[in-house]
Design a protein around this ligand. Structure first.
Ligand code: G3I
Length: 389
């Protein structure tokens, strides 16, 4: 019996398959029983989103943030650049607000992220570059940063992305020697970070988080490197509890959900939990400069745009992989609102990556997740009492 069947059998009473009309006209499930969080709860899977400060403060956005999701990740508000903009001067406003919001709405929190080469405070990177901060001092500063931030939220963070993106697509078979932290402190910094985080919070699940580490881009090179890395960490007795595969997909690169399922199951075979931590599916959109040949119809400006159907299928594939692997404890999208997505600012000419369009209408991507969760919670039983066919 695969885990999907197990989930169906244990999900209890037959669920109701949400019958959607034309995908782009379905209203987001406003009733709590049809929300992603409620449907996920029926199979013990937390459905989450990255959240910006606006997602917590805007009345319409916050209703979706609270109503649809049961775990939140701060998109930027717990990153070192934000919490310690000047050395010794801390700004916990955004992080405190998100944790408070989550606790008010019975949501859990994924802390993100303690050790990453991006979004470091200028005083740190400039101090290292100038030589004012030695490698020994850098190690002490990282230890203090991890201890300070993890202790502040001790007992209130479900999963911590302790270390983020230590592998690289260009040289996928090994830990990136050119990573800011590895180049200054050596690969041992990864184990140190997990030990320091555990010392500061005995209960949080400590995760390694990265993209393309579950075969999603068609290559298993990064999976092999990530699997080997976490195996080595475990062999050293280092406290690591989970692996987060980000799930940032791009329609131009392909996606194999079967490989993702196998790879997530491989991490689970080490005794680790797994999670999809930053799911979104980007594609080319018609641009205003019309230099790009439109691959899909205009998006973002018209609420009735028709998305490429593959985008919904790929979201579904990631969710089904997570549902199939019993150790997969959460499925988080990296924001839900196309108008706030990180994608257009990073990948010119691409967008349409999230569950809701810029007018906050649910897209086929949303409906696909909702229907899959409904089925996982228990498809209606068709055999009536006296029917024997
Ligand atoms: O807050 C400043 C603002 O004061 C300033 O005026 C503005 C213009 O310079 O920049 C603002 O900071 C931006 C920050 O997001 C907050 O909006 C940074 O420039 C911008 O680079 C940063 O982008 C974030 C990106 O990580 C940085 O690499 C995205 O929002 C965020 O979604 C993205 O998230 C990452 C995950 O943390 C790790 N996995 C990959 C994922 C996508 O890159």
């Amino acid at each position: 019996m695969n885990v999907m069947n197990f989930r169906l059998l244990t999900a209890g009473a037959a669920g109701v398959l949400v019958l959607a009309g034309a995908a782009n006209t379905v209203e987001a499930a406003s009733s709590s029983s049809d929300s992603l969080r409620a449907l996920g709860a029926q199979v013990q899977l937390r459905i989450g989103t990255a959240a910006s400060p606006l997602d917590l403060s805007d009345p319409t956005l916050s209703q979706i943030t609270a109503g649809q999701f049961s775990v939140l990740t701060p998109e930027n508000e717990m990153k070192w650049q934000v919490v310690e903009p000047q050395q010794g001067t801390f700004d916990w406003t955004g992080a405190d607000n998100l944790v408070h919001f989550a606790e008010m709405h019975e949501q859990r929190v994924r802390g993100h992220t303690l050790v990453w080469h991006n979004q470091l405070p200028n005083w740190l990177t400039q101090g290292v570059a100038s030589g004012a901060i030695s490698n020994s001092q850098l190690r002490d500063l990282l230890h203090r940063h991890i201890t300070t931030e993890v202790r502040r939220f001790r007992g209130r963070i479900w999963q911590w992305d302790v270390v983020n993106e230590m592998l690289t697509d260009s040289n996928p078979s090994q830990i990136n020697p050119n990573d800011f932290w590895v180049s200054h402190l050596g690969p041992g910094v990864i184990a140190d970070a997990f030990r320091w985080a555990r010392a500061a919070d005995r209960t949080a699940l400590l995760c390694y988080n990265d993209y393309n580490i579950a075969g999603e881009d068609g290559s298993n090179a990064k999976f092999d490197a990530a699997f080997s890395m976490v195996q080595n960490i475990l062999a050293q007795g280092v406290p690591i509890d989970c692996v987060g595969d980000q799930g940032h997909l791009d329609l131009q690169y392909g996606f194999n959900p079967g490989v993702m399922t196998q790879d997530l199951q491989q991490y689970a075979s080490l005794g680790l939990k797994v999670a999809i931590t930053e799911a979104d599916v980007r594609t080319f959109v018609e641009t205003t400069d019309s230099k790009q040949t439109p691959i899909v119809s205009p998006t973002d400006s018209t609420p009735s745009h028709t998305a490429d159907p593959a985008a919904a299928d790929w979201y579904n594939g990631m969710l089904q992989s997570c549902l199939t692997v019993q150790a997969c404890i959460s499925f988080t999208v990296w924001g839900f609102d196309d108008s706030e997505s990180w994608v257009p600012g990073t990948f010119h000419g691409e967008g349409d990556a999230d569950l809701y369009d810029v007018n906050l209408n649910p897209k086929p991507q949303y409906t696909a997740l909702q229907q899959t969760l409904s089925l996982a919670a228990g498809a209606p039983n068709r055999l009536g009492r006296n029917e024997n066919h």
